[in-house]
Design a binder for this molecule. Sequence first.
Ligand SMILES: Nc1nc2c(c(=O)[nH]1)N(C=O)[C@@H](CNc1ccc(C(=O)N[C@@H](CCC(=O)O)C(=O)O)cc1)CN2
Ligand SMILES: Nc1ncnc2c1ncn2[C@@H]1O[C@H](COP(=O)(O)OP(=O)(O)OP(=O)(O)O)[C@@H](O)[C@H]1O
Length: 178
Amino acid sequence: MTDKRALRARMRGLRDDGDRSGTLAVPSVFHERLAPGLVVASYIPIGSEADPAPFADAATVAGCIIALPHVVDRASPMRFLRQVGTSALQPGPFGLRQPAADAAELAPDIILTPLVAFDRRGNRLGQGAGHYDRAFAAHPAAWRIGIAWAIQEHDGLTPDPWDMPLHAIATDKEWITP
Ligand SMILES: Nc1nc2c(c(=O)[nH]1)N(C=O)[C@@H](CNc1ccc(C(=O)N[C@@H](CCC(=O)O)C(=O)O)cc1)CN2
Ligand SMILES: Nc1ncnc2c1ncn2[C@@H]1O[C@H](COP(=O)(O)OP(=O)(O)OP(=O)(O)O)[C@@H](O)[C@H]1O
């Protein structure tokens, strides 16, 4: 089996050094899925991560409610908290900017998921703390959308027993549906 830690380091390096000049286009299937009051979990990118803003902006225009992840450390489960503008964001662990801990907790209908790597079958590699694995398990009915640069594709990731596949992956080159 692939050494996940080594692969994570290699794929982070690729992401840091690769082509990140493109933008992510929002496909019509995403727009069609949106409805007023739907909760869309986005994230604020760190480092060289792809920015889900085009998707979050489309959701806001459609009247959806935006939530952002909130973590306190590697071990504790992540919560999705309501975003009220960007000015209210606070510094968190790992260089994150996140809502205040007492913001309203929401159950997401759509989860825009930051990726370290992905493959065309919807397998994904994240930060390795299990924050998104656990969030997917807690919200199994949510639409799981990976957000990444095309250069983060790594053919044939080996899923672990707990992995729940992505329903789609948005990159600067294409919209991939396994
Ligand atoms: N933008 C963003 N927000 C996010 C995540 C994420 O991956 N990206 N998360 C995903 O779970 C959660 C936070 N969990 C995290 C868990 C571990 C590390 C971490 O180990 N970071 C490395 C550096 C990573 C890099 O260079 O890409 C570190 O601090 O050494 C980061 C976030 C929720 N919010
Ligand atoms: N439903 C769950 N409940 C509790 N722990 C979980 C659950 N799913 C996964 N985990 C734990 O979280 C860790 C996830 O590690 P893994 O290397 O798979 O992370 P990853 O694929 O990078 O994903 P993530 O983005 O969620 O960190 C493992 O230690 C695993 O045991």
